[in-house]
Design a protein around this ligand. Sequence first.
Ligand code: CTP
Length: 398
Amino acid sequence: MLTGKHILLIVGGGIAAFKSLDLIRRLRERGATVTPVLTKAGEAFVTPLSVSALAGRKVYRDLFDLTDEAEMGHIQLSRVADLVVVAPATADLMAKMASGLANDLASTLLLATDTPVLIAPAMNVRMWQHPATQRNLVALQEDGVARVGPNDGDMACGEFGPGRMAEPLEIVAAIEAKLADGPLAGKRVLVTSGPTHEPIDPVRYIANRSSGAQGTAIARALSALGADVVFVTGPADVPPPEGVSIVKVQTAEEMLNAVTAALPVDAGVFAAAVADWRVAGASDRKLKKSKDGLPDLAFAENPDILKNVSNLRKNRPELVIGFAAETNDVVENATAKWKRKGCDWIVANDVSAASGVMGGSDNTVVVIDASGAETWPTMPKEQVARRLADRIAQALKN
Ligand code: CTP
């Protein structure tokens, strides 16, 4: 529920603006107050009348509207809400936000606000994939702007791919997660998840069987307790959680860079199954079969992200949690790993083929910390995630 919560909703100019009308309805159904702001381009897609009728309030449109300034100045307007939501966040709006432009009401509010901001991007696939937009996205993530979507799918422009705005209920879930008054409210937590892909050549790679299910469930559980979650994920089988900042990577090196960029955080949960090795000097051409025999692949060691973060002098999270995937002597091996890596807790699990954990829905874990080993009963990965999130909340409180 969003009872008593106030959302400043900026509706940008994209075909997805029609979904924002439904978003207003859904937010009000849940008890939120919605103050709408419509950009000039937004007015080309939805009318001010429909926006204000659904919101049950005045829609703000112009920076130099003197009546508004008399009633409520733009600085005050930028700070009335608990959360500023930009939906649809067009490429243009994202660019303005990333570079700090303030040349209309929406961009001025976004520059002047001191409340958290959540964007729901929507644009053509090519515009989304353009290096300029991706650069702006990184800048916004670094500024702490949260994001939901975009999703893959058929686009109004006839193309297919990422760029569709998240559905209204997904945006609602992201808003609820952002505004959750849980025990982790105000805490920033990093979660790594999924496998990494280490290229051999442009078409082949080394990977592992991690689905990303456990890391995704942990990110969702932390977010439900009110944490601001940065989710750094390799190419996973399961879709990423809603309402968290998502950074997609392929290789261990990229994951380390994304993790470093996300610091400082209060806690880091390193659930990713990071490849220990990469192919040294991966070929930028496809390797061909040769009469001279098999390709001679040389390996190089990947950076150990968990160990790196555990041993940071500056910016070490208060709580660093590693995972240990073991096929035998789980407690013994994981305890040795806990010492070796320098993290605060290790969540160990049995990934032998017989356990069915890799790619399965259940997990049996042992949590190792300075006080010893705590074995949890076998339970669904979601439940493991909730219990771990509770344990994290307890630890950060102390
Ligand atoms: N990890 C990491 N970076 C790596 C390898 C592992 O951050 N390059 C993290 C994983 O996310 C996990 C923990 O380290 O939290 C344990 O990973 P695991 O692969 O089980 O351990 P290894 O260090 O590879 O040890 P071993 O090969 O002996 O099992």
